[in-house]
Ligand binder design. Structure first.
Ligand code: UD1
Length: 418
């Protein structure tokens, strides 16, 4: 197991450069197998989720050429094999191979995906979408066989605007016969990034980023070059850290519009921000932050993935704040650890109530999932004394070079294997 140690309570200043988006990358890599030629993707983050997907590509005999931040994926000689339970369980996004393999070969055999335990995380909407396109699904224990004689465009209404289902249905539909319309599609920037990638290959997708996506099936997808968008959740996490501990603290190489809901909330709280075209700077720390309430929602609402780090900032605001989680049933696992660090926080009915400001004091805590881990890093940087975070493997799944980036702005932070 890896642990992280932070000597907190230090002011942070300097520049943090945001990496490519994890949630776009983890869809783009499986999507790349849809090309009949080869695909080059750049700005790929070095995170363990990327490694796990590359392992699946190699298992399927896809040629992968990885050099620094770019990856050339050549599926010309790939073989469609059953993706083992071990590979499927490594991460949530393994499920994008379902849509991609179904789209390419009209067949995929794999197991229920893994990922953070933040809720039940069903995949019924993905499967309903595949069925609407003409696929038959057999489930034996955890093993899913999805196959079709022919995939035919269809009108699909998503009961929930699910990111995963929207992308997976796009992947299955790009080569289907005729037109597919996805209604109540999710609108996250990562979906636009994936649609642009497929269009660069020759797909005909319009409407990505709105709630209606239309896909005209094509027979051939060609060579393409593509860039991963900056990670809005990583950017948001560092902006929150800046609001907690920063002075002349710049988060660079990002798209501020992608974190509009966060920036509005920070402004409402009185954080001294400068918002540029591709950066956000926290000028100086405020010791008089106002309490506020947030409710997580699909994009462009307040992202559930920033709720946990944001709750740490609320411990430093004056008065009572509330965090209402509406997307995942189990996203308050960081709360007992917040209390151990000195926060005044309780949870009832999917809402955390936080009274502040309270001083935070370092102790030993556990990263129960990726964003809970990021929240504890933010807390450890603010807390006086030493914070030790166990199970940091969760954090490394989604934050590229987190140690180097935070050291670069003056943090005392390290990781060691125990
Ligand atoms: C993606 C993100 C994750 C983020 C989430 C919501 C990736 C790899 N992960 O997860 O970081 O927290 O979006 O912004 O991009 N649902 C169903 N049935 C389904 C699919 C989803 O009921 O078939 C429900 C889920 O239980 C959840 C809600 O829909 O309550 C949203 O899930 P979804 O948008 O699909 O999240 P993911 O794509 O798994």
């Amino acid at each position: 197991m890896k642990i992280m140690e932070i000597e907190g309570g230090r002011p942070l200043s300097g520049i943090i450069r945001v990496s490519g988006a994890k949630n776009a990358t983890v869809a783009l890599i499986p999507a790349a197998i849809l090309t009949d030629d080869e695909a080059t993707i750049c700005n790929i983050p070095e995170i363990t989720d990327t490694d796990a997907l590359c392992d699946i590509l190699k298992f399927l005999k896809v040629k992968v050429n990885r050099a620094s931040e770019s990856m050339i994926i050549d599926p010309k000689f790939m073989e469609n094999a059953e993706i083992t339970e071990e590979f499927s369980k490594k991460l949530r996004a393994s499920y994008y191979f379902m849509g991609a393999l179904l789209g390419k070969y009209k067949k995929c055999v794999m197991y229920f995906p893994g990922g953070c335990s933040i809720g039940a995380r069903p995949i019924d909407l993905h499967l309903k979408g595949f069925e609407a396109l003409g696929a038959h699904i057999t489930v034996e224990k955890n093993k899913y066989t999805v196959e079709a004689e022919e995939l035919k465009g269809a009108n699909i209404y998503l009961d929930i605007a699910s990111v995963g289902a929207t992308i997976n249905i796009m992947l299955a539909a790009v080569k289907a016969k005729g037109r597919t319309v996805i209604d109540n599609a999710a609108k996250e920037p990562e979906i636009v990034n994936v649609a642009t990638f497929l269009n660069n290959m020759g797909a005909k997708i319009v409407g990505a980023g709105t709630s209606t996506i239309k896909i005209e099936g094509v027979d051939y997808l060609g060579k393409c070059f593509h860039e991963v968008i900056p990670d809005r959740i990583e950017a948001g996490t560092y902006i929150i850290i800046g609001a907690l501990c920063g002075e002349k603290f710049k988060v660079d190489n990002m798209i501020p519009e992608h974190v509009d809901s966060l920036l509005s909330k920070l402004e409402e709280m009185g954080v001294d921000l400068e918002i540029g075209s591709d950066y956000v700077t926290i000028n100086k720390q405020s010791d008089n932050l106002k309490a506020t309430n947030i409710k997580t929602a699909v994009y462009p609402g307040f992202p559930t993935d920033l709720q946990q780090p944001f709750s740490i900032l609320l411990t430093q605001a004056n008065g009572k704040s509330k965090v209402n989680e509406t997307i995942w049933e189990n996203r308050f696992m960081h709360v007992p650890y917040m209390s151990n660090l000195g926060a005044d926080v309780t949870v009832k009915n999917q809402t955390a109530t936080i009274f502040g400001p309270t001083p935070l004091k370092g102790t030993t805590v556990t990263a129960t999932d990726l964003r809970a881990g990021a929240a504890l890093v933010a807390a450890g940087l603010k807390a006086t004394g030493k914070t030790t975070i166990t199970n940091v493997e969760h954090i490394l799944r989604g934050y590229e070079q987190i140690i180097e980036k935070l050291e670069g702005v003056g943090a005392k932070i390290s990781i060691k294997e125990i």
